[in-house]
Design a binder for this molecule. Structure first.
Ligand SMILES: *Cc1c(COP(=O)(O)O)cnc(C)c1O
Ligand code: SF4
Length: 377
């Protein structure tokens, strides 16, 4: 008789920590899996995957939407979708220069949830929750910790900060995934920021179009639309062509049709997309669906992600192959976010070889042929 009331509140608390309260019952409850038992209904764990559950470490928890699970081939232990979301014991490895916070976001935080790393733009961590946790998450020092979503007083402080700092031109609404907030709370955040700074360019950074496209409802879009009078962008993270489905395409189309341009940031991942043809196909699919490939990120030196990182040399090789195959529109900027808070810098082979004695610039074409260029006298 006492078991029911004892279990009920515990379960409610656990779910409450997953997402913003408003959504728990309506949307996510039956649409995500978070336990070994649930996962084993879908696939047979490999030894490395199984050992993660036995180790019971304090790394990023398991959470996968059933939609994203459905993109997997459950019979393939090396499936590119699976590698992104099913944990492995290799996350417990601690290697070389890896850190929990390689981008030094904590020391660049001007408020508890506000990172001011670049003079003209800030990143606002509105929640620590996502609909699906990526095993390569670079912000795992924060993601799925107990930070939950932004409080009203924290929001007021962030709004006051951007009001007082006119040099800030853009704000990234990120986390975690801001779309785990209820529509109400998300609108509260956007309205407070827009009231403080009507001119601020906002970037809504969400992986939900790829991992939980059901979240992109007509209602959400109708509420965002009035906020497009100053630029509002959606930044997505599609990492593999198989993530481009009827549902995900429809989700991004809703944003674009409402006047919200969509840009994509791909993370270069070992065994997922470290292949020129896979990346070429992904970028072409994105462009065909009106999504601009923005960045291709070299993996950050985040603890527990070594098995998912691609050697830089291989990344450079992929970049040059892509350069020869993709249009300018389809080509993302390959970039690295340098350790110790060094910031983002572009990566790629240089086509400019230098200057000769007479002051003539020497180039290599994409196919490797020499060409010269001279400045005006
Ligand atoms: C990546 C990032 C930005 C945005 O950089 P862009 O190169 O403009 O996309 C802003 N703030 C922080 C902390 C970042 O990590
Ligand atoms: S969606 Fe972003 S914040 Fe969330 S787990 Fe993936 S990489 Fe991390």
């Amino acid at each position: 008789m006492f078991l029911v009331p004892l279990f009920f509140p515990m379960d409610a608390v656990r779910l409450d920590q997953r997402f913003d309260t408003w959504y728990i019952i309506g949307m996510y409850m039956h649409a995500t899996i978070s336990t070994r038992e649930e996962l084993e209904h879908h696939l047979v764990l490999t030894e490395d995957e199984s050992r993660w559950f036995e180790a019971n470490g304090d790394t990023l928890p398991l959470l996968i939407s059933t939609y994203y699970l459905s993109l997997m081939n459950p019979g393939d232990p090396d499936d590119p979708i699976r590698r992104q979301v099913v944990p492995s014991i290799r996350e417990m490895d601690r290697i070389g220069l890896e850190q929990m916070d390689p981008l030094a976001e904590i020391s660049h935080s001007v408020l508890p949830r506000l990172i001011h790393r670049y003079r003209n733009r800030v990143a606002f961590l509105v929640t620590d929750r996502c609909a699906t946790y990526c095993r390569h998450c670079f912000r795992r020092r924060f993601t799925a910790t107990e930070c939950s979503h932004v409080s009203e007083s924290e929001l007021d402080a962030v709004a006051a900060y951007v009001h007082d700092h006119a040099e800030v031109r853009e704000m990234l609404l990120t986390g975690g995934d801001p779309l785990t907030l209820s529509d109400e709370r998300l609108m509260q955040v956007i309205t407070a920021i827009r009231n403080a700074r009507p001119d601020l360019v906002l970037r809504l950074c969400s992986r939900m179009p790829a991992t939980f496209p059901q979240r992109i409802t007509d209602d959400l879009i109708a509420r965002l639309k009035p906020h497009t009078c100053s630029a509002l962008y959606l930044m997505t993270q599609f990492n593999h062509p198989r993530e481009i489905t009827r549902q995900s395409v429809q989700a991004v189309a809703r944003f674009i049709d409402a006047g919200i341009p969509v840009m994509n940031q791909t993370v270069l991942l070992r065994g997922v997309n470290d292949d020129a043809s896979v990346l070429e196909h992904l970028m072409n699919l994105l462009v065909a669906n009106r999504v601009k490939p923005y960045y291709l990120f070299q993996g950050d030196l985040v603890s527990g992600t070594a098995h998912l990182r691609v050697p830089l040399e291989k990344g450079l090789e992929l970049e040059s192959v892509l350069r020869s195959r993709l249009s300018g529109l389809a080509m993302p900027q390959y970039a690295i976010d340098l350790p110790e808070g060094g910031g983002k810098v572009p990566l790629g082979r240089s086509y400019l070889e230098g200057k000769d004695e007479s002051g003539t610039w020497m180039f290599r074409t994409v196919s490797g042929e020499p060409r010269n260029y001279s400045d005006p006298d």
